[in-house]
Write a protein that binds this ligand. Structure first.
Ligand code: NAI
Length: 482
């Protein structure tokens, strides 16, 4: 029987990062993966969706070239070529991860893993062989899967999960998206740019409800409407039937039962942790009411040599949170004093425009008892945003009015995804509004909006005019010497 210091189950952004870190720290590591190296994120999630979003964004931009004095003829969509290009992006990354495994001396085994006891794992390998392995420590990183709802069983033909939606070729004429959350809006938005008539059914009274700042959501909702996406709120999908060549989706609204016709249905109503697999319950791993494996701050389960990270170990189900946890688990196994002690996990939704946020919203900060100062700066007043033709949206900073410590940042607009890291660092470091405002930001760039939003929260932005407030003079705009 082969023995290892660390066995990682699942090679997504949680598992593969954990494996590499553990190997770097001198451990003998094996990774077991039943589908594809790179997991959902690299193969059928974050990465392919971003490739498709980029292609759709470019196509849309090309349609407005004449606004800036350029012209081009024959702008066409060749979906087969786009899909091939998307696959090439995925392949570069997954091949890269496999290469890193080799270079770090990590053994990787393709196959399905099941615990036979808390000490041993049985592998049903893809090559048909069975194998038992033993490791001193296990890291469960087996992820999550899409939730199915009654009346809409995934069949890959009429009712699709995000995995199949990302490979649609040709683009369907009409699509109903059930669930106006992260995935539904990302995929629905890009398919509409490729000419698909999209209807989003959302059971809640708003899109992305409870996930992000409401003002940010409103900007995206307005743009969806402008671009012809039909968003139906308070609409709960009940079932569908085939009527001739059409699919007829039935939905419950406050006006009663309604129907929408379409060619394909995409169901994106959330994901559930894969904690019901691998015999986890049989060996006594504790799972909470929502199905997440219970872990402590070191990411140990109730069986202390078995760790769990990523989607299976709790919200938020985000790749970068999984990767961070992978590093922490590997470090703990290597005897380091690591714990999951980050304050907040930044989140990005790749809608049009993008939404990115970290930390508390105004409502959350107020609920926690803070007296809140907010500053908002519009993209429309930023030179760079105007010159790249993407000037809708804003940067909003939420701070503690007493101390000026930054509590949250919420951005909706072009490249919000690439702006949020400065905010994440600021919050992790306990930065104040003055720290951000006093940091020289290069001109002309989008991050200048962070500096201006910080100034706005103190009442003194340069490039927008705010009506004077009585307490403004009392709020210093430069950092004290320290
Ligand atoms: P979600 O939880 O973001 O949204 C699901 C939505 O479906 C909710 O708003 C819910 O009210 C609605 N819903 C549920 N049942 C319904 C019904 N019968 N009819 C109409 N609406 C219904 O779930 P989603 O979009 O599937 O994403 C899952 C997770 O994947 C996210 O929570 C996120 O953590 C992760 N993700 C992250 C991305 C990123 O970081 N950019 C991108 C994609 C996914």
């Amino acid at each position: 029987m082969k023995t290892f210091d660390v066995c990682v189950i699942g090679a997504g952004p949680g598992g593969y990062v954990a494996a590499i870190k553990a190997a770097q720290l001198g451990k003998k590591v094996v990774v077991v993966e039943r589908e594809k190296i790179g997991g959902v994120c690299l193969n059928c999630g974050c990465i392919p969706s971003k490739a498709m979003i980029t292609a759709a964004h470019m196509f849309e931009k090309m349609s407005s070239l004449s606004e800036i004095g350029l012209s081009a003829s024959n702008i066409n969509v060749d979906m087969t070529k786009i899909q091939n290009w998307k696959e090439s992006v995925v392949n570069k990354l997954t091949t890269g991860v496999s290469g890193l495994f080799k270079m770090n001396g990590i053994e990787s085994i393709m196959g399905e893993a099941n615990f036979v006891s808390a000490q041993e794992l049985e592998l049903n390998c893809s090559n048909g062989e069975k194998e038992i392995i033993k490791a001193s420590n296990y890291i469960i990183a087996n992820g999550s899967r899409p939730i199915e709802i009654p009346g809409f069983n995934f069949d890959g033909k009429n009712v699709l999960s995000s995995t199949e939606a990302l490979t649609l070729n040709p683009t369907p004429k009409r699509l109903v998206v059930i669930g106006g959350g992260y995935i539904g809006l990302e995929i629905g938005s890009y398919l509409s740019k490729f000419g698909c008539e999209v209807t989003v059914l959302e059971a809640n009274s708003s899109l992305l409800s409870g996930v992000v700042d409401t003002d940010c959501v409103n900007v995206v909702a307005r743009k969806l409407k402008k671009k012809g996406v039909n968003v139906m709120l308070g609409a709960k999908a009940k079932g569908y039937k085939k009527v001739g060549n059409d699919l007829q989706v039935e939905l419950q609204t406050e006006k009663g039962i309604q129907t929408v016709l379409c060619d394909k249905i995409l169901v994106t109503v959330g994901r559930k942790p894969n904690s019901d697999q691998m015999n986890l319950s049989k060996i006594g791993i504790k799972v909470d009411q929502k199905g997440f494996v219970v872990v402590n701050k070191q990411l140990r389960t109730n069986i202390s040599h078995i760790f769990a990270i990523g989607d299976v170990a709790g919200q938020p189900m985000l790749a970068h949170k999984a990767s961070r946890e992978g590093i922490i688990a590997a470090e703990v196994i290597a005897g380091k004093n690591a714990i999951a002690d980050y304050k907040f996990v930044p989140a990005v939704i790749f809608t049009d425009p993008e939404i990115a946020s970290v930390g508390l919203t105004v409502e959350e900060a107020t609920q926690k008892g803070f007296e809140v100062a907010t500053g908002q700066f519009p993209y429309a007043a930023n030179g760079r945003a105007l010159s790249v033709m993407d000037a809708e949206g804003f940067v909003k900073i939420v701070a503690d009015k007493k101390t000026n410590v930054v509590l949250g940042v919420h951005i909706v607009g072009y490249e919000a995804s690439n702006l949020i890291s400065e905010a994440a660092l600021a919050i992790e470091m306990g930065a104040t509004l003055q720290d951000i405002a006093s940091t020289i930001h290069p001109h002309p760039t989008l991050p200048e909006m962070m500096m201006e939003a910080a100034e706005a929260a103190m009442g003194h932005p340069i490039h927008i005019f705010l009506r004077p407030k009585t307490d403004r003079a009392a709020r210093p705009t430069t950092r004290n010497a320290h």
